[in-house]
Structures are given as C-alpha cells and as structure tokens.
Design a protein around this ligand. Structure first.
Ligand SMILES: CC(C)(COP(=O)(O)OP(=O)(O)OC[C@H]1O[C@@H](n2cnc3c(N)ncnc32)[C@H](O)[C@@H]1OP(=O)(O)O)[C@@H](O)C(=O)NCCC(=O)NCCS
Length: 133
C-alpha cells in the first residue's frame, strides 16, 4: 500500500513506460499528449488480443487526467475490455504511476475509455469473432 492509499491493480498491465526528459511540457510535467499516446497503445493491445486482428482507434469516449507526473515515475497502463460489438470493441484504460524505492508512492494519473474497430488488410471494418480464440 502506498502512502496515499492508492495501490496498483492486482493484474498485469498492458504496458509500462519510463517517461524521458523529452516527454516533459513547458511546466516540467509529463506532457498530456504523451500519456494519451500510451493510453491509445495500451488500449489497442487489449483490443488486438481480444479480436486477434488489426484494430484502428475510432473514438476516445472519455479521458480524465487526475494527477500530474514527472520523469521520476514508472507509469503503468491497465486495459480491460468493456464491450465487444459487431465490429467495434471498447476498452477501459487506467494509468498509475509509482516512484520511490524504500517509500513507494503510487498515484492514479488518468483513466480513459476508447473504442477501436477491427479492420481487414484493406482497412475496411470486419466482424469480430464472438468467441475469443
Ligand atoms: C474506423 C473505420 C474503419 C470505421 O469505418 P465505417 O465503415 O465508417 O464504420 P461504422 O460507422 O459502420 O462503425 C463501425 C463500428 O464502429 C462504431 N463507431 C463508429 N463511430 C463511433 C464513435 N464515434 N464512437 C464509438 N463507436 C463508434 C460503430 O458503432 C460500429 O460498431 P459495431 O459494428 O460494433 O456496432 C473508419 O472510420 C476509419 O478508418 N477511421 C479512421 C481510423 C484511424 O485512422 N484511426 C487513427 C489511427 S489508428
């Protein structure tokens, strides 16, 4: 448990990243667009693993930033499939950051929901198999 009562989810993240100085904004915090890009990747990983095909992002349904972070944090992105439609799949992504070695601090950084569409080689939508392989 961290010192602010936030703990990491008890599951494997889709993605973990260490932001670099190039990912900072002018105020010295991690640029929100960097977080959004990683969220899109983390959500697409869950979507691809469920659909077993290429997916494209069709919509960011919601995106909330809760805490700013700096380069001192290891950032973890947790993705869960929320809904599988005919050709679309909606994924919830939660972002946590941890820092400190002896005194672990964990923050909830952001949460988002994105929708992806399964596409064939030609880029046109395709039906998602309802029973995962
Ligand atoms: C995504 C794309 C293939 C959809 O093609 P389309 O033939 O117009 O698709 P439709 O409008 O019939 O919608 C397909 C599915 O997406 C869903 N969808 C479409 N727009 C949506 C939106 N704004 N929010 C949520 N879901 C949406 C539809 O409900 C449908 O889901 P369902 O089949 O599960 O019911 C096409 O719009 C596209 O290529 N967009 C660009 C994608 C892109 O470049 N993304 C960024 C880089 S990955």
């Amino acid at each position: 448990m961290s010192n602010n009562d936030v703990s990491l989810p008890d599951e494997q993240p889709a993605l973990r990243m260490l932001p670099m100085p190039r990912d900072l904004n002018a105020a010295g915090d991690i640029f929100g667009g960097w977080v959004m890009a990683q969220v899109d990747v983390a959500g697409s990983i869950a979507a691809m693993r469920r659909t077993r095909c290429r997916v494209v992002t069709v919509a960011v349904n919601s995106f909330v930033f809760r805490q700013p972070i700096t380069t001192q944090y290891l950032v973890s992105f947790y993705s869960r499939v929320a809904r599988v439609g005919r050709t679309s799949i909606t994924v919830d992504v939660e972002v946590y950051a941890e820092t400190g070695y002896e005194n672990l601090e964990v923050l909830k950084v952001a949460e988002a929901q994105l929708t992806y569409v399964a596409v064939a080689e030609d880029g046109n939508k395709r039906v998602i198999a309802q029973d995962p392989v």
